[in-house]
Design a protein around this ligand. Structure first.
Ligand code: CTP
Ligand code: CA
Length: 226
């Protein structure tokens, strides 16, 4: 019992995890999205639950089964994900933004199916809110973890996100790799934190990577609180 109690390092704490690729609707039968499978976010939700947290998984649609003991909030668009997060942010101890949030959405959503025309069709997109940056601006007690999905200049781009979004940790993910990133069951990531040398977690299952991310986050939080 004692061993169990010391292992439950997130006991009773509220952890918000986002997952999946948001869907940005164009008309009643079409939307824009990306290749995110949701696997990394679901693995993080499971790992946080196993550490005793009260986990809320705010997820765009995926093919995955919701982990037992995790509260599920299904969303579609970036705007819906933002609303679900902000409603729960003030009382959260940790937020993990593993979702692949669409950067843009169609300016207008057609009420009816868009008909084909003889001419080419031009789609106009507008910028979505940067949810993670907004959470970074409003941060107080929350430990905030973001991801950086990159296909080039991984550490340079990820380091910029660490600073500009004011987060406690960025998980840098090479999403063009043959065995890591979108849709794979394995991942290989580099953890960036303010004033800490980058730490690479070698190729492993997303479950193992998720456990390692949480262990590093908990160690950092302990140091912050000392
Ligand atoms: N993110 C977010 N809201 C957005 C876009 C991204 O909260 N509108 C979050 C993602 O969930 C991720 C982090 O920001 O945790 C980085 O996402 P990424 O797509 O790698 O970076 P961007 O800031 O969107 O920049 P770019 O896509 O141009 O690299
Ligand atoms: Ca992006």
């Amino acid at each position: 019992l004692l061993a169990q109690a010391t292992d439950l390092q997130l006991h009773g704490q509220s952890v918000l995890v986002t997952a999946g690729g948001t869907r940005e609707r164009l008309d009643p039968v079409r939307y824009l999205t990306n290749d995110s499978s949701g696997k990394m976010g679901y693995a993080l939700a499971t790992a946080a639950r196993d550490l005793g947290a009260q986990v809320t998984l705010i997820s765009a649609p995926t093919m995955l089964t919701v982990p037992a003991g995790v509260a599920y909030v299904g969303v579609d668009s970036a705007e819906a994900m933002r609303t679900a997060l902000l409603a729960r942010y003030q009382t959260a101890q940790m937020v993990i933004m593993a979702a692949a949030v669409a950067d843009f959405r169609p300016v207008t959503v057609a009420d009816n199916k868009i008909k084909k025309t003889t001419a080419d069709y031009t789609l106009t997109l507008t910028k979505n809110p940067d949810i993670l940056a907004e959470l970074g601006q409003q941060k107080h007690q929350q430990f905030l973890i973001g991801f950086a999905a990159e296909t080039q200049h991984l550490l340079t781009y990820a380091q910029k996100k660490l600073a500009s979004k004011r987060v406690d940790m960025i998980v840098a993910n090479d999403v063009a790799s043959a065995h890591a990133g979108f849709n794979h069951d394995t991942n290989e990531v580099t953890i960036l934190q303010p004033n800490v040398e980058p730490q690479t977690l070698p190729l492993a299952s997303k479950q193992v990577i998720a456990q390692q991310i949480l262990q590093i986050a908990l160690a950092t939080r302990r140091n912050q609180q000392q």
